[in-house]
Write a new protein. Structure first.
Length: 78
C-alpha cells in the first residue's frame, strides 16, 4: 500500500490567521483528493475563476473548514 503524505497533523493553530490559512489548505487538498487529475483541475480553473457562483461556493467551503478549526482552537481563547 502506498504511503500518503501526512500534511494535517493538528487543527490547533496559534492565531486565527494561521487557522484561516489552514482552512484554505484543507479546501485545496479536498479538491485535489476528489479530482485527482491535475491536468483536469488546471483546465477547470479558468471556468471557476470567472464564475462568481463557483467562487462564492469555494469561499463557503473555506468558511466551513475555518469554523471547524476555530472550534478546535476554542476560538483562540484560553
Amino acid at each position: 500500500m502506498e504511503q500518503k503524505e501526512i500534511w494535517l497533523e493538528s487543527l490547533i493553530t496559534s492565531t486565527p490567521q494561521e487557522g484561516r490559512e489552514l482552512a484554505i489548505k484543507m479546501a485545496r487538498k479536498t479538491i485535489a483528493a476528489i479530482q485527482t487529475d491535475s491536468e483536469v483541475r488546471k483546465k477547470l480553473r479558468n471556468e471557476y475563476a470567472n464564475d462568481t457562483t463557483q467562487l462564492i461556493a469555494s469561499a463557503h467551503v473555506v468558511a466551513v473548514e475555518f469554523q471547524t478549526i476555530a472550534q478546535a482552537n476554542n476560538y483562540w481563547k484560553k
